[in-house]
Write a protein that binds this ligand. Structure first.
Ligand code: KG4
Ligand code: ZN
Length: 339
């Protein structure tokens, strides 16, 4: 089954075609970073308008790359939520319209399920069950994953998400928007021993996260420091976040007895997190699976994949156009139609 994936939850237009027999056939991404840069964050209305401009040309580009026409598609998957309501509606409306005109099914995908399943785009794909760490701009979640749609939440963020902490800290250090990758780049030149920040909630058994206090510590350190020390501060911050995430992941593996960890979402692109987790899990004879960095951040491939796994199992929805800006991941069920 060949499924077109459409991601428009925030500031990235992502398109892909996933084939349940042959894997990912083509993908393309348009990032709106330059559009929102001057405002220091995403302007929802500008995001929606830009998605409208980009969607059809990107779909044509991806189909051409895959040497397919619209008639070769068997289904359309789109991000139903969570996300910005206007941005979601652009993708949902187009997906439903395309599906209607082609007489094929369209299916709304939970954005975080897309992130969570993205490591399955890579070889070797992790087998179920596994523990998943989802660290994006809006979420820091630890989930126990038994199969598609079988998710048990182990931990959540009490305040800022990991990506949000990266972005806010980057802003404090004058790195602009989007800040996470810029902060990680600055940290490369920093001394890991110059600043030691707290590892929040690692002194308790909880698997929840809290990063807002860390951001305040960085703010106070920056106020007392010279800009020449900002690389050291960035490095100290990154070390604290990475240590905290690793500590929670190891604890989640211990608690669940799983030996596979999947890491997804934008912060999963962080080089130090990837290196450190590889080393830590190698020592424990456990495996860690990441999507390639491009598929850690928002993309169409993960939506095409997640939608395809549900569509191929027989899941269908009515012709209503749906977008759900807030949606709890633990409310999902296995694909309707599967045994
Ligand atoms: O998953 P994503 O693309 O969007 C959401 O669904 O939120 O995640 C974006 C987040 C941003 O907060 C961004 O700063 C962060 O991921 N991010 C990074 C890196 N690349 C993206 N954080 C740390 N290091 C990176 N290399
Ligand atoms: Zn995302």
């Amino acid at each position: 089954m060949r499924v077109l994936g459409i991601e428009t939850s925030c500031d990235e237009t992502g398109i892909a075609v996933y084939d349940t027999d042959h894997g990912l056939l083509a993908h393309a991404l348009h990032t709106q970073a330059a559009l929102h840069q001057d405002y220091g964050g995403v302007v929802p209305e500008l995001a929606s308008r830009d998605h409208i401009l980009r969607l059809l040309p990107l779909i044509d580009q991806v189909l051409a790359e895959a040497k397919l026409t619209r008639r070769d598609l068997d289904g359309v998957a789109y991000t139903e939520g969570p996300g910005l309501i206007g941005a979601l509606l652009t993708g949902a409306t187009l997906a439903k319209t395309l599906a209607w005109t082609l007489d094929i099914p369209a299916l709304g995908v939970h954005h975080l399920e897309g992130h969570l399943l993205a490591p399955l785009l890579e070889e070797p794909a992790p087998a179920f069950p596994f523990v998943a760490l989802i660290v994006s701009g809006g979420h820091s979640l630890l989930m126990d994953v038994a199969g598609v749609g079988q998710y048990r939440q182990l931990g959540d963020t009490l305040d800022d998400a990991a990506g949000e902490a990266f972005d806010k800290t980057a802003k404090l250090l004058g790195l602009g928007y989007p800040g996470g990758p810029a902060l990680a780049r600055l940290a490369e030149d920093g001394d890991p021993k110059a600043f030691r920040f707290a590892r929040p909630l690692t002194d308790r058994p909880t698997l929840d996260f809290s990063f807002s206090g860390l951001k305040t510590q960085v703010m106070l350190a920056a106020k007392r420091s010279d800009p020449a020390q900002y690389a050291d501060i960035a490095r100290g911050f990154e070390e604290a976040v990475v240590d905290t995430l690793i500590w929670k992941c190891l604890r989640a593996l211990d608690e669940t007895g799983r030996d596979r960890l999947v890491v997804a979402g934008g912060v999963g692109a962080n080089r130090r997190l990837r290196q450190r987790l590889q080393a830590e899990l190698g020592e424990r004879a456990a495996s860690v699976h990441f999507p390639r960095p491009l598929f850690c951040t928002d993309n169409g491939a993960m939506i095409a994949l997640a939608g395809a796994l549900r569509l191929v199992a027989g899941e269908r929805e009515d012709a209503c156009i749906r977008a759900t800006p807030r949606r709890d991941l633990s409310t999902l069920s296995p694909p309707a139609g599967s045994p």
